[in-house]
Design a protein around this ligand. Structure first.
Ligand code: ADP
Ligand code: MG
Length: 250
């Protein structure tokens, strides 16, 4: 199982300080939560963790290895994968095709142009199609397998994104506001899914406004204008006077 360490990370855009001395860890096999009002720096931190942004200060370690010199792709190959606030799906492709695209990087044969030429590649395609159908079943998308992703509801898109991400076998998954646009029932379904992924050995870092969903996290950090102001389980967090004052508006 894989762990993540965020050490003394700082960042600014122009003159605007967005993250100041942010340190926390995501222990192997745990679900850790990150909450905080809009603009507190959560997505910026995710961009730093997955390598979109180079932090002004500090570093991020995966299983103790400094990721500073690693590209987004190299981090992803190492098992560090993120989802986005708005699910990234290929709108004009069907659900099955989206899932096959997610699985492709796991196959042995090379670039897409090889796909239909070599016997080994043809076997890979058949295997990918079977895997994609299995993913559809697991993520409740069977009836939609031939539907264009652009026609799905937000909840269905989110499940597709999660299924496609799952196909890439991440070891540490960063989820940015996965409950946005979901109904209450879909949120509780998502929570069950996150617990299942975690039980299979995936380590999760979850950003969400949804307090119900946040209950899947064993440890939660509160980010407020770029600084961690509280850490604990959801009960601790909800009782913390500082958090109530600045975040819950009490
Ligand atoms: P959150 O995800 O917690 O809502 P963000 O990380 O998106 O917060 O944003 C933190 C702050 O950084 C905000 O004030 C936002 O306006 C600013 N910000 C984010 N991205 C950029 C950028 N690329 N350029 C300039 N400012 C940015
Ligand atoms: Mg954000």
């Amino acid at each position: 199982m894989t762990s993540l360490d965020v050490r003394e990370v700082g960042h600014s855009f122009g003159g605007l300080n967005v993250l100041t001395n942010v340190s926390f860890d995501v222990p192997a096999g745990k679900i850790v939560g990150l909450i905080g009002p809009n603009g507190s720096g959560k997505s910026t931190l995710f961009n730093i963790i997955n390598g979109f942004l180079v932090p002004r200060a500090g570093k991020v370690l995966l299983d103790g290895t400094d990721l500073s010199a690693m590209s987004v792709e190299a981090r992803s190959r190492a098992g560090l994968v993120r989802t986005f606030q708005t699910p990234k799906v290929f709108e004009h492709m069907t659900v099955i095709e989206n899932l096959m695209a997610g699985a492709y990087k796991l196959t042995r044969s090379g670039v897409l142009s090889d796909m239909f030429r070599l016997p080994g590649a043809r076997r890979d395609v058949a295997m990918m199609r079977d895997q994609a159908h299995e993913l559809c079943r697991r993520f409740g998308l069977e009836r939609l397998h031939a539907t264009a992703a652009g026609l799905l509801t937000s909840g269905q898109r989110r499940m597709l994104e999660l299924a496609r991400t799952y196909a890439g076998k991440p070891r540490l998954l960063l989820l940015d506001e996965p409950s946005s646009g979901l109904t209450a029932e879909e949120v509780s379904q998502l929570g069950e899914w996150l617990k299942t992924l975690n039980n299979e050995g995936m380590t999760l870092l979850l950003v969400s406004h949804d307090m119900q969903l946040m209950n899947v996290a064993s440890m939660v950090h509160v980010l407020y204008f770029g600084e961690i102001i509280a850490t604990g389980n959801m009960d601790d967090i909800q009782r913390n006077p500082k958090v109530r004052e600045v975040y819950l508006g009490a």
